[in-house]
Write a protein that binds this ligand. Structure first.
Ligand code: E4P
Length: 220
């Protein structure tokens, strides 16, 4: 399973990208607004930094407007993946943009039927929002597992992008559910890398190493 970061904050993206683990970035209109930056400027900066697949979402609600915006954002960088909402207009725009060789990420997916429709419309990625499904008392990870199973059975190449990830266990469960990608917030990356036993072990090694250094300098 690949990792994307779900953020439009360049400092966060730069930090996690330096770990060498990122294959892409997802943004959405809310994340762009929280960055306080110009949409095009921030997407191009992220694309130059990370490469990979950089999702940039359209804000038009009608198919014609989505197609127009999609062509425009796709022109900002070869790395841009046009993010489209899972609505009839979004499916229509997905089919048209896919036909033009533009990569798409169909977002706001909350059911297997929706995921099957997006795949037939030619989506490159489908984004089921696991955390938001959990929020209404359903099982977000079961949704991801079922979408992946339906895609495998149907020989569908659309990639399952686990989104709305809230904690490291969601990442583990996404991998075990067969997701192709998980898009992970900065905070969750930080939680993933941390373990008290790693820190305790490192502290012990460094303490012993300092003793050895002390003994070596005492002997000279
Ligand atoms: C994915 O592409 C979305 O930007 C994101 O995962 C939404 O997550 P949220 O439910 O935490 O807003």
């Amino acid at each position: 399973m690949e990792f994307f970061i779900d953020s439009a904050i360049v400092d966060e993206i730069r930090e996690i990208n330096a770990w060498g683990v990122l294959a892409g970035v997802t943004t959405n209109p809310s994340l762009i607004v929280s960055s306080g930056r110009d949409f095009r400027e921030v997407v191009q900066e992220i694309a130059a930094l990370v490469g990979g697949a950089i999702s940039a979402e359209v804000t038009a609600l009608d198919a014609e407007g989505m197609i127009k915006e999609g062509r425009e954002v796709a022109g900002w960088s070869e790395h841009v993946v046009v993010k489209l909402p899972l609505t009839p207009a979004g499916l229509q725009a997905c089919r048209t943009l896919t036909g033009e060789g533009i990569k798409t990420n169909v977002t706001l997916c909350f059911s297997v039927p929706q995921a099957l429709l997006a795949a037939r419309a030619g989506a490159t990625y489908i984004s089921p929002f696991a955390g938001r499904v959990d929020d209404i008392g359903w099982d977000g990870m079961e949704l991801i597992r079922q979408i992946k199973e339906a895609y495998v059975m149907g020989d569908i190449s659309t990639k399952v992008l686990a989104a709305s990830i809230r904690h490291p266990q969601h990442v583990v469960q996404s991998a075990l559910a067969g997701a192709d990608v998980a898009t992970i917030p900065y905070k969750v990356f930080v939680q993933m890398v941390s373990h008290p036993l790693t820190q305790a072990g490192l502290d012990g090694f460094m303490k012993d190493w300092a003793k050895r250094q002390g003994a070596a300098s005492a002997a000279t």
